[in-house]
Design a protein around this ligand. Structure first.
Ligand code: UD1
Length: 344
């Protein structure tokens, strides 16, 4: 029997896909989530895919008493994957304290309890946002960290520093820090996917809602960037590929595969796609048109960033294998499922 893994934020977008992969790899999972940006029906979706209902504790990780209670109830937890965090860049500009409190207190509570309860490692959800506007693409893990342009981005940088300081101070556990590029798509079963509250801020949910007719048209933020077609370039990675990397990272820490106490990996495909190219990929893959218009730039956007994923490819034996067309089809199938269920 494999040891139990605690997944914080496990009913969220990336968290739920990771719970599926963990369960399919034989790990028992307990989720802690305050449902601030997700709902409990996600657990039904996970159960429909895997045949296993993960244990679920509705609580906030910033509440240390609740975290302790969870560890009392599930004493065998050996690994943590920390997804629990606020993640909207724009909102963080207006509510910085909320972001610092949620994201940093959650992490510090987890690091404290890990030392007390013999947890072997923590996987941390970081972001390519730490590279800011890179001088050179693709970015490697050694590319310079730029000053954060939002409180959200700053919480990712500070979190990486906190983990590093705690481990360098001799904490008895390991950490794998994963810097995600742009996670998109949904589980191919269409049982789970991304479900943002209100008007989506991110490209793919806005795009699929527009394709469905929920939004009139997609605004493409800028066509005057220094890129081949003038729109911004990102590295769009399939969420299931991303989820699989977490299972490898957990396994690596639990089996002491590496001597290193902290490891950092970029998780991306290595291919940059522009906004206009992505719209085209979606339309070609699904046969569904996306009404769109060019508007002005969005404040704070990075012009272009994509990953050099060789470190993850070579060391983890992991690649982002899903073709973008399949990812676009899974995103669309999920949107259609939401419509079928009368949710969106
Ligand atoms: C950013 C952060 C990422 C963070 C994420 C959370 C960077 C490089 N990335 O991703 O770390 O996790 O926010 O929200 O800082 N776009 C449109 N129209 C839309 C929506 C988006 O044209 O309606 C464009 C954006 O200008 C951008 C691309 O689509 O070029 C992707 O945008 P989005 O999905 O919001 O993600 P990022 O801003 O790249």
């Amino acid at each position: 029997m494999k040891p139990r893994i605690l997944v914080t934020g496990g009913t969220g977008y990336i968290g739920s896909h990771t719970v599926v992969e963990l369960q399919q790899a034989g790990y028992p999972v307990v989720i802690i989530d305050n449902l601030s940006n997700s709902n409990r029906e996600v657990i039904d979706g996970i159960e429909r895919i895997t045949g296993i209902r993960p244990d679920f504790v509705e609580a906030d990780c910033t509440d240390m008493a609740a975290v302790k209670e969870l560890f009392d109830k599930y004493p065998g937890i050996k690994g943590i994957i920390n997804f629990a965090a606020s993640k909207a860049v724009g909102e963080s500009m207006h509510k910085p304290v909320l972001y610092y409190r949620n994201n940093l207190n959650t992490l510090m509570n987890l690091l404290d309890i890990m030392g007390e309860r013999d947890v072997k490692g923590i996987v941390f959800s970081s972001s390519c946002t730490v590279y800011g506007e890179p001088d050179v693409n693709p970015v490697t893990e050694a590319s310079p960290i730029k000053k954060a342009t939002s409180p959200y981005g700053n919480t990712k940088q500070i979190s990486e520093e906190i983990i590093t300081d705690v481990i360098n101070a001799g904490a008895p556990f390991k950490s794998v820090i994963l810097r995600y590029f742009n996670p998109v798509g949904a589980h191919p079963s269409a049982e789970i996917g991304e479900l943002p509250n209100g008007v989506p801020q991110n490209l793919i949910p806005f795009l699929t809602q527009t394709a469905m007719g929920i939004r009139k048209e997609l605004s493409v933020f800028g066509d005057d960037y220094n890129t081949p077609d003038g729109s911004c370039i990102r590295d769009y990675i399939d969420v299931v590929d991303l989820a699989k990397a977490h299972v490898i990272a957990v396994e690596r820490m639990l089996t002491d595969k590496s001597e290193e106490k902290i490891e950092i990996f970029n998780l991306g495909t290595g291919n940059g796609l522009s906004v206009l190219q992505l719209i085209n990929e979606f339309e070609t893959a699904t046969g569904v048109k996306v009404p769109h218009k060019i508007v002005g730039r969005r404040a704070g956007d990075i012009e272009k960033v994509w990953a050099n994923p060789e470190h993850a490819n070579n060391v983890l034996g992991w690649t982002a294998a899903t073709p973008i067309a399949d990812t676009m089809r899974s995103a669309w199938a999920w949107q259609c499922k939401l419509r079928e269920r009368g949710i969106m």
